[in-house]
Design a protein around this ligand. Structure first.
Ligand code: NAD
Ligand code: UGA
Length: 441
């Protein structure tokens, strides 16, 4: 089937590549010329495990190509996916300008029936606005053409995006027309394992399902972070508590890891956007406000622990930082807890020596050259002359370091573990002063 994807970011590129992998003929359109030129050269603008080889195979097979030519893109696909960004506006609501720009482009260039699919995360009611934008453009052209608008939110996680897309837990399809449900069912049929994964519903429920999923996951994390702060004050171990509650299948083990706060391009913005949607319809979503407030506070927990350890005397100190990306297996720094920590340390007059396996370039792009930030070649180099080590992203290579070397390189054997990846008793045995999240020393 012919598929066009607008937006070649995390979601668009993964969606396009995985649909091509299943034999579809896919064109990815982006307005960012630099990005398209990179993709045409076979370079992948983001770090996502497994993506590069899959892009290469599918472009070589002639099933996947990239363009900035919007008219070409619209002409190509029966399916027109909208996978552009929906960043937060100043008031927290999702900025729909890119989504509506694509809708107008489709209206401008289409000359036969199209299925327009919202894959971006968009507030309830957006499909109606997309429909209006397409209709208005068609009317202006004096064209009478049929089209349908579908809500098909995406649930992939960065770092595991290919696997998530190829083996989805579910494919949500919100339509008001059974014909489109069947078209989408055919497109997604190759992604069914064992049973039909497609869940069809009305459009508004599909739009809300996406926010509900992210808000629920963010709530689980903030709940555990709240409890970790309580555990800290009560002398309990949050990791024991986590095991204790996760064993109840009604609670489950996933997304109950306490840490330095959730980051990334989605949880923070989607919780805010849902809060905003609630307010727009006269409802104060108190739980969502609390989830957000707890997360904001959690991003300062490591700094507060450092501050307390050094008796407030952080000026002139050097802190080694392992991890910069908002989570492992990505180079994405959007809303990363490491940013809040570094900025607080700089404000307090401390210097940072940091290493991340993938996010060094992105960190440099964001902060540029500065005297109080050294982006170093490897985890050991970060320790050189540092007063303490902070681990903020749980990349595999940080999980089992040579602790003798860590101790030797640090000026003082102090470790702050923002992801609870080390064992407190072992760390004490190795002679470290060890701080974790919600665990007694
Ligand atoms: P992104 O910023 O990585 O990519 C968006 C791309 O859209 C950019 O390359 C941009 O140049 C392009 N674009 C903007 N306007 C365009 C236009 N008019 N025509 C063509 N291209 C255009 O964004 P992303 O992370 O892929 O997220 C896209 C959407 O998917 C968001 O709504 C996000 O909330 C949602 N989402 C993201 C993830 C994730 O893990 N990143 C997961 C699920 C859902
Ligand atoms: C998240 C969702 O998991 C995806 O299903 C969704 O499609 C996506 O948002 C989106 O809408 O964009 P992502 O942001 O890539 O995916 O990453 P997650 O693995 O969910 O992690 C988000 C943040 O939560 C990270 O900072 C991570 O460190 C933190 N986290 C996660 C915890 O602190 N504890 C946990 O137990 C799990």
């Amino acid at each position: 089937m012919n598929v066009t994807i607008f937006g070649s970011g995390y979601v668009g590129l993964v969606t396009g590549t995985c649909l091509a992998e299943m034999g579809n003929d896919v064109v990815c359109v982006d307005v960012d010329q630099r990005k398209i030129e990179m993709l045409e050269r076979g370079e992948i603008p983001i770090y996502e495990p497994g993506l590069e080889s899959m892009v290469h195979e599918n472009t070589a097979a002639g099933r996947l190509r990239f363009t900035t030519d919007i008219a070409d893109g619209v002409a190509h696909g029966l399916f027109q996916f909208i996978a552009v960004g929906t960043p937060p506006d100043e008031d927290g609501s999702a900025d729909l300008q890119y989504v509506l720009a694509v809708a107008r482009s489709v209206g401008e260039h289409m000359d036969d029936y199209k299925v327009i699919i919202d894959k971006s995360t968009v507030p309830v009611g957006t499909a109606d606005r997309v429909r209006e934008a397409v209709s208005e453009t068609l009317t202006r052209r004096g064209a009478e053409l049929e089209f349908d608008v579908v809500s098909n939110p995406e649930f992939l996680k960065e770092g595991a995006a290919i696997d998530d897309f190829m083996k989805p837990d579910r494919v949500i399809v919100g339509t008001d027309n059974p014909r489109t449900t069947e078209l989408l069912r055919a497109l997604y049929a190759p992604f069914n394992r064992n049973h039909d994964r497609l869940i069809a519903m009305d459009i508004r429920s599909a739009e809300l399902t996406k926010y509900a999923a992210n808000a629920m996951l963010a709530t689980k994390i903030s709940f555990m972070n709240e409890l970790s702060n309580l555990a800290d004050r009560l002398g309990a171990d949050i990791e024991a508590v986590r095991n204790g509650i996760g064993s109840d299948p009604r609670i489950g083990y996933s997304f109950i890891y306490p840490g330095a706060g959730y980051g990334g391009s989605c949880f923070p913005k989607d919780v805010k956007a849902l809060e905003r949607t609630a307010r727009d319809v006269g409802y104060e979503a108190e739980l969502l406000s609390a989830v957000e407030a707890v997360n904001d506070r959690q991003k300062s927990v490591l700094f507060n622990k450092l501050h307390a350890h050094f008796g407030g005397a952080l000026a002139g100190r050097t802190i080694a930082l392992w991890g910069l990306a908002f989570k492992p297996n990505t180079d994405d720094m959007r809303e990363a807890p490491a940013r809040v920590l570094m900025e607080s340390l700089w404000q307090a007059g401390a210097r940072v020596r940091a290493f991340d396996p993938e996010a060094m370039e992105e960190t440099h792009r964001i902060y540029g050259e500065r005297d109080d930030l050294a982006l170093v070649e490897g985890p050991e180099a970060a320790l050189e002359g540092a007063d303490a080590l902070v681990v903020i992203t749980e990349w595999h290579p940080f999980r089992s370091p040579d602790f003798a070397l860590v101790k030797e390189r640090l000026k003082q054997p102090v470790v702050f573990d923002g992801r609870n990846i080390y064992d407190p008793a072992y760390m004490a045995g190795q002679g470290f002063t060890y701080y974790a999240i919600g665990r007694p020393p």
